[in-house]
Design a protein around this ligand. Structure first.
Ligand code: URA
Length: 447
């Protein structure tokens, strides 16, 4: 690539708080992807961007450059609006496994490229791979073929999609530049836009168990994500949702598949069902199969009640090599070797369940990874017997934990015990879904 710019001047410009032009940002990303700029100079640019921020034009230029660092999948030969969902990650968040089959069964194509779990949050790919035989590694032709046949495909990111993000994300991880709203927004949106989607629904989480600890931070991130989506002419709707306690009752890869099966049969926990139907209803609306989000939600419920969503799940698991006997008979799945319970030592009401600590406990049991290279154990995890607001009496079980690593039991027992707060009076119920952000701005939910 022709060296049009002096990289040191660009870093200095950003360091001094000036805005870079679209061409300058494109040069930085292209030259870095082509190995023409070393990691240390891009790290300096990332830190200057982290500290001084990026304006809307710079954010759009960054996203566009990262998006075009690899292929942008062309799905125009498949009829209909292609719609995906992205969650900023949480504990017990298995919603992709539920809403993808619901939406696809309603006739909206869902090309879903997901990630692995890292840190306290789980990842859709690890959950899918807990189903024996299920493969998430498919090439582009097969990706299109499966999507065309089933209106659904559930895969992992390939080397060809947004390669600049892969390298930048690894660098941000080790240079303390992850928690920057424009950098996160560019990273997420470049990958999503590269999938070939026409519209996107975002679940932006806030709270103990989320990346964004407060609703205000989550709102800023949601605005940045929605603005980028709209800039690229993709209808984008974001919801701010609560992650102060785990979603549902099951945490851990296979356990979350199990809870998803219940949800697809209409028998999932209330929080899971409410959020799944909202997100899938919004996807159905954006996919043009409903005239409003409310009608989309009704359609989503109908797809669960008439069994078509569950059938779609069986079809996609089978198509991608998974053994459906475990889906049809989840209790036949082998259990972890060790099982232990955490009981309450007092009576009262559960007033808090620290989602971050519970997520980390699950990682220690083997369900997640701290570094990208670690293997996950599909059998490890935690079942909650109580949620916030539930009554508890002394001696009652709060958690049942499962592991194949007996050395973790003592420390995890303490961590889980300390993650629970009990009060004498029933705590006030927190909103599960607080706000919606779209092209009309930010509004309270319900709509
Ligand atoms: N998830 C991403 O894909 N990128 C980020 O920068 C943060 C979370």
């Amino acid at each position: 690539m022709e060296n049009k710019f002096n990289i040191v001047s660009l870093i200095r410009k950003k360091r001094e708080g000036q805005a870079l032009t679209k061409t300058e940002i494109r040069y930085l990303i292209d030259a870095y992807t082509a190995d023409e700029i070393p990691d240390y100079q891009i790290s300096a640019f990332l830190m200057a961007s982290f500290i001084n921020g990026l304006n809307a034009e710079e954010s759009a230029a960054l996203t566009e450059s990262m998006l075009h660092s690899g292929i942008v999948v062309d799905l125009s030969h498949i009829p209909g609006m292609k719609v995906d969902k992205h969650s900023t990650g949480g504990v017990g968040d298995k919603l992709s496994l539920i809403l993808a089959p619901i939406v696809a069964s309603a006739g909206v194509p869902v090309p879903m490229i997901s990630g692995r779990g890292l840190g306290h949050t789980g990842g859709t790919l690890d959950k899918l791979e807990s189903i024996p035989g299920f493969t998430v590694d498919v090439d582009l032709n097969r990706y299109k073929e499966i999507l065309e046949k089933h209106h659904l495909v559930l895969v992992g990111q390939t080397e060809e999609i947004a390669p600049a993000d892969k390298r930048l994300y690894a660098l941000r991880d080790v240079t303390a530049t992850v928690e920057s709203i424009p950098l996160i927004a560019g990273s997420i949106m470049s990958k999503k836009l590269a999938e070939g989607i026409d519209a996107l629904v975002l679940d932006v989480k806030y709270g103990d168990g989320a990346f964004m600890k407060t609703e205000e931070q989550a709102a800023k991130l949601a605005h940045a994500l929605v603005d980028i989506g709209l800039e690229f002419e993709k209808e984008t709707i974001a919801y701010l949702t609560n992650m102060n306690q785990p979603l549902g009752y099951k945490i851990g890869n296979w356990f979350e598949v199990e809870e998803s099966i219940d949800a697809l049969k209409g028998e999932g926990p209330d929080d899971i069902m409410e959020l799944s139907h909202l997100l899938s209803g919004t996807m159905i609306y954006l996919g043009g199969k409903a005239t409003s989000v409310e009608e989309g939600i009704a359609k989503s419920k109908e797809q669960v009640e008439n069994g078509q969503a569950y059938q779609k799940w069986l079809d996609i698991v089978e198509e991608q090599g998974g053994d459906i006997s475990f889906i049809e008979n989840p209790s036949s799945y082998p259990k972890a070797s060790y099982e232990f319970e955490i009981k309450s030592e007092v009576s009262g009401y559960i007033s808090a369940l620290d989602a971050y600590e519970i997520g980390m406990a699950s990682v220690e049991l083997g369900a997640g990874r701290i570094t990208k290279e670690e293997e996950v154990d599909p059998q490890a995890g935690i079942i909650l017997k109580k949620k916030v607001g539930d009554k508890i009496t002394k001696g009652e079980t709060i958690f049942i934990a499962y592991t194949n690593k007996p050395t973790t039991i003592e420390a995890v027992s303490t961590k889980l015990y300390e993650s629970v707060s009990v009060s004498e009076t029933k705590p006030e119920k927190e909103f599960l879904i607080s706000k919606v952000i779209d092209k009309k701005g930010i509004r309270d939910y319900p709509l």
